[in-house]
Design a protein around this ligand. Structure first.
Ligand SMILES: [Zn+2]
Length: 438
């Protein structure tokens, strides 16, 4: 895997929020990334020649290339050992987009985004979505040097709107839905397989041998999915469930195996009033630990009304496990109810999360590590989905400190931020990013 190059990171020193610790970042701590940005104009030329750009977006991207290569930016800071980056201006309820972009730029210590950029540079043929990848890369390049301005972010939003059409307009949106959409678009763009629809249909319809073991069925399914679509994105985010549904008729015990792949896990939380009945399987003092919400998602389920295919008796039992785990585990705390009102449960969020108890027992020894480290989260402050404010809090892997990316502001969080999350908990944490210790 390629080493992520050191790049320019700056922060504003304006305080924001209760967690923020004011600090003035002197120039000596911050370094410019050097001449790498000149690749943008050559990339622009290649994409132009391939007719990837729509005419309107071509103009926008050209102006962004100029900003990203401006010598003024490149000479701004020197001699740093520090990776961070600048903020992104809010152009009117776009904090959901800014938070997601900052996570994308920083996850895996920047390696993911660097690999996406490398693939763009090495691509021989292009599809229209490469325009979007180029935009993301330019935006990252710009905010490495300076705060991305109002005008630049209007341009970014214009192009994002071309592809993420549900997010057009100026309304507040769900950061999790936006993250999923951007991730899906990058995945589609960088998919290693270029199969015809009929070939995809043919592979999809190949059924696993009904007599295979549950484990073999899961392996077959994994290979099937990965032979249709795999990319850098799925390398990082894809995991797989193994859910075994067993008929409760002891003379039958017929098993059905479900082994879908996933990109993130949703954690359903109760309203505060219903919390005690929801969690009667756990000691009350531990209700609010994140691990218990995960346990709730993986607990055995009794489906009294489901009819067995084989004996036609009612009643099935489901046991849910994981069979493959991703490099980056994304957990969405489902805080919004059907009316889009928010459940403000305080949840204790561990810095380290071991998920071995959720892995299919016989497979646990196969994993070198099952321990994850919290490296980012998207916070939502406010009472409903469509009103409120998102920020991204990110662990900087260079100085091991947490930073808050709040639109155009970047602030260092107080030293005990992660222990506060773990002990006191958070009412606002919405999307959690855990990275596997490898
Ligand atoms: Zn049965």
């Amino acid at each position: 895997m390629q080493q992520y190059s050191q790049s320019t990171f700056t922060t504003s020193n304006q305080a924001y929020g209760s967690h923020v610790q004011q600090r003035d970042y002197s120039k000596s701590e911050i370094q410019n990334k050097g001449p790498q940005n000149h690749m943008n104009s050559s990339m622009f030329k290649r994409l132009s020649q391939s007719n990837v750009f729509s005419p309107k977006n071509q103009q926008i991207l050209q102006s962004m290339v100029q900003v990203s290569e401006s010598p003024m930016n490149q000479s701004k800071f020197k001699n740093s050992s520090f990776i961070l980056g600048n903020g992104l201006a809010n152009i009117g309820q776009t904090c959901y987009m800014n938070s997601v972009l900052q996570c994308l730029f920083h996850l895996s210590g920047g390696k993911l985004m660097k690999q996406i950029e490398d693939q763009l540079q090495n691509e021989e043929t292009f599809n229209p979505l490469h325009e979007l990848i180029f935009l993301l890369s330019l935006t990252k390049n710009i905010c490495e040097n300076q705060i991305a301005s109002y005008d630049q972010m209007c341009q970014v939003k214009d192009i994002v709107d071309t592809y993420a059409t549900n997010f057009r307009g100026t309304a507040q949106q769900c950061a999790h839905e936006f993250f999923s959409k951007i991730r899906e678009l990058i995945h589609d763009c960088l998919n290693r397989h270029h199969l015809t629809k009929s070939k995809i249909k043919q592979i999809s319809n190949t059924a696993s041998n009904p007599n295979s073991s549950p484990l073999q069925k899961a392996i077959d399914k994994w290979e099937q999915v990965n032979s249709i679509e795999s990319s850098l994105i799925s390398d990082y985010f894809r995991g797989q469930y193994l859910k075994i549904m067993t008929c409760k008729n002891y003379l039958c015990k017929n098993q059905t195996v479900l082994c879908d792949v996933f990109d993130d896990i949703q954690l359903h939380i109760p309203t505060l009033e219903r919390r005690n009945s929801y969690f009667n399987i756990f000691p009350q003092s531990q209700d609010d630990k994140l691990e218990n919400y995960l346990r709730f998602e993986f607990k055995d389920e009794q489906l009294q009304e489901v009819v067995c295919d084989k004996c036609k008796c009612k009643g099935m039992e489901i046991k849910s496990n994981l069979i493959r785990i991703p490099k980056i585990l994304v957990l969405q705390i489902v805080r919004f109810d059907a009316q889009n009102n928010k459940k403000q449960n305080k949840i204790q969020i561990p810095s380290k999360l071991n998920i071995s108890e959720f892995i299919y027992k016989s497979e646990v020894p196969r994993f070198k590590s099952t321990e994850y480290k919290l490296t980012g989260l998207i916070d939502h402050q406010g009472e409903t989905l469509f009103r409120g404010h998102y920020t991204a809090n990110i662990l900087n892997q260079q100085d091991k400190s947490w930073y808050q990316f709040n639109d155009d502001q970047v602030q260092k969080l107080e030293q005990n931020y992660s222990s506060k999350l773990e002990i006191i908990g958070s009412e606002s944490a919405y999307i959690l990013f855990y990275e596997l210790n490898q």
